[in-house]
Write a protein that binds this ligand. Structure first.
Ligand SMILES: Cc1cc2nc3c(=O)[nH]c(=O)nc-3n(C[C@H](O)[C@H](O)[C@H](O)COP(=O)(O)OP(=O)(O)OC[C@H]3O[C@@H](n4cnc5c(N)ncnc54)[C@H](O)[C@@H]3O)c2cc1C
Length: 449
């Protein structure tokens, strides 16, 4: 295993005790470097291994749609782990308190946790590192080239991160080993997790209901990857920007919840028989764009704030603060999809009904919120709130980076100056009509063009 994926966060006392892997981002038993590393530690020490998981009812932005998907996937992961003799120890509450309590109770000698750049996850990790006595390691299993290894600073754009990623990629594009049955059994009986009861106990916001177009879990994720490679990858490069075409992968919910490893997807796509261009364009999104988002959130504390925009964008947006807005909508009108723009309303309907929105439309959707909000700050608050509430893949660095790109020129450059946007790139309804069948999309999502 490449040592660059793991970082020692805390030296622990040299003592005997089991190894715990705290799974909080990579919810899968296969292709999971954190789990594999934890097992390697446990085998070297001749001790049992368990996976810890803590569900936080107060997780920012999460509703029934998200918890139902996560828990259905975890149920499968628990079974796969059990098959290898590794119990899943599940708890409910604030992970900053529950995980140290669990580590203390089982007298863990080593704790391995997932890397995650989001501020509440970083705060959890800091609190856990302070509170436990065990040795603590961080594993980056989300990025193919680990975020901290790819770059030690905030990158300006894809063009500055790309060469760094491509230089290191051959080292990290390695097939992970299969999780082996663990040779040292857990010393106590672990009661089965009652997932349905857990969902009820979480009491998530029921007004964002589960969706049924996508099956949760590792097995479904692997099937969805195969299906994409077989049927849509060859079309990806030419048709990915057309929301009416079935060309994109729809893998983001699996990638977001860690039910699919991007490494597995990248290896499978690299070996596929699709045209080179299709593979290259897809891998650019899956690796460079996706890993750029983690880089942004790790190095920019204000990743979801106006202060996180580059200087040039803040200046130009400040200059245009007073510009007259032809339309101003509050969050409620937007959330209900009640604007004068039928394309925007249709996009909002797709998002609320399915938890998915096509990638090109996400840019249009966010830019219109800037155009119709009283200030860039109000636009960003609304875009983040709606994105995180309705999208199954919301609450993800990709979302914060995507919104900051759309509203505040992050990873972009200045364009021609115009009202409200200043020199931040603008997108128009007319431009959309030149790209794809806008009336067709509006009809699909139940509107009148
Ligand atoms: C305003 C806005 C909001 C967004 N919100 C989110 C979000 O909440 N969660 C989320 O995962 N993505 C978000 N994105 C990024 C991107 O639009 C989605 O990841 C993509 O549309 C998901 O669909 P797919 O899996 O079919 O993508 P595909 O086109 O098949 O791409 C494959 C994978 O590559 C990654 N990827 C693709 N485009 C990007 C990108 N621009 N930036 C980073 N990674 C990318 C994703 O992991 C995606 O699943 C947002 C983009 C914008 C502009």
């Amino acid at each position: 295993m490449h040592p660059g994926r793991f970082r020692l966060l805390r030296q622990g006392p040299d003592r005997t005790g089991p190894v715990l892997y705290w799974m909080h981002r990579e919810h899968r038993a296969s292709d999971n470097w954190g789990l594999l590393f934890a097992q390697e530690q446990a085998i070297a020490r001749g001790v049992p291994l368990a996976v810890a998981h803590c569900l936080d009812p107060a997780y920012p932005g999460a509703a029934l749609r998200h918890f139902a998907f996560l828990l259905a996937g975890l149920r499968q992961t628990e079974a796969a782990l059990r098959h290898c003799g590794i119990p899943l120890l599940s708890c409910l509450g604030d992970p900053a308190r529950e995980i140290p309590a669990l580590a203390h109770k089982v007298k863990a000698a080593v704790l391995v946790l997932d890397f995650d750049p989001l501020r509440h996850k970083q705060a959890w990790a800091r609190a856990v590192v302070e509170a436990v006595e065990a040795e603590v390691w961080e594993a980056d299993s989300r990025n193919i080239v680990p975020c901290r290894a790819a770059s030690s600073k905030k990158e300006w754009a894809a063009r500055t991160l790309r060469p760094k990623i491509h230089r290191l990629l051959p080292e990290y594009l390695e097939q992970p080993p299969r999780l082996a049955p663990h040779p040292h059994p857990w010393p106590a009986k672990v009661p089965a997790v009652h997932w349905d009861r857990t969902l009820t106990a979480l009491a998530p916001d029921p007004s964002v209901p589960p969706v049924d177009w996508i099956a949760p879990g590792e097995t479904a994720a692997a099937r969805a990857l195969d299906d994409f490679i077989e049927t849509r990858l060859p079309l990806y490069a030419d048709q990915k920007n057309d929301p009416n075409k079935q060309a994109v992968s729809l893998l983001s919910p699996y990638l977001h919840f860690g039910q699919l490893s991007s490494l597995r997807a990248a290896l499978a796509v690299s070996r596929a028989g699709a045209p080179d261009r299709a593979r290259d364009v897809f891998l650019e999104e899956l690796i460079v764009r996706r890993e750029l988002a983690d880089n942004f959130c790790l190095h920019e504390p204000a990743y979801d704030r106006f202060q996180g925009f580059p200087d040039w964008a803040r200046k130009t947006l400040d200059k245009h603060r007073g510009d007259r807005r032809e339309y101003v909508y509050g969050r409620d009108g937007l959330e209900a999809g009640q604007t004068h723009d039928p394309l925007w309303n249709a996009a909002q309907r797709q998002m609320t009904a399915t938890g998915h929105l096509h990638g090109w439309l996400r840019m249009y959707w966010a830019k219109k919120i800037l155009e119709w909000s009283a200030s860039p700050e109000a636009a960003q608050d609304t875009a983040v709130a709606l994105n995180d509430r309705w999208l199954l893949d919301g609450r993800d660095p990709n979302g914060y980076a995507g919104i900051a790109w759309s509203l505040g020129g992050v990873h972009d450059r200045p364009w021609g100056e115009r009202p409200v946007f200043g020199t931040v790139r603008f997108m128009s309804f007319k431009g959309a009509c030149g790209k794809f069948d806008v009336p067709g999309f509006i009809r699909t999502w139940g509107g009148e063009d």
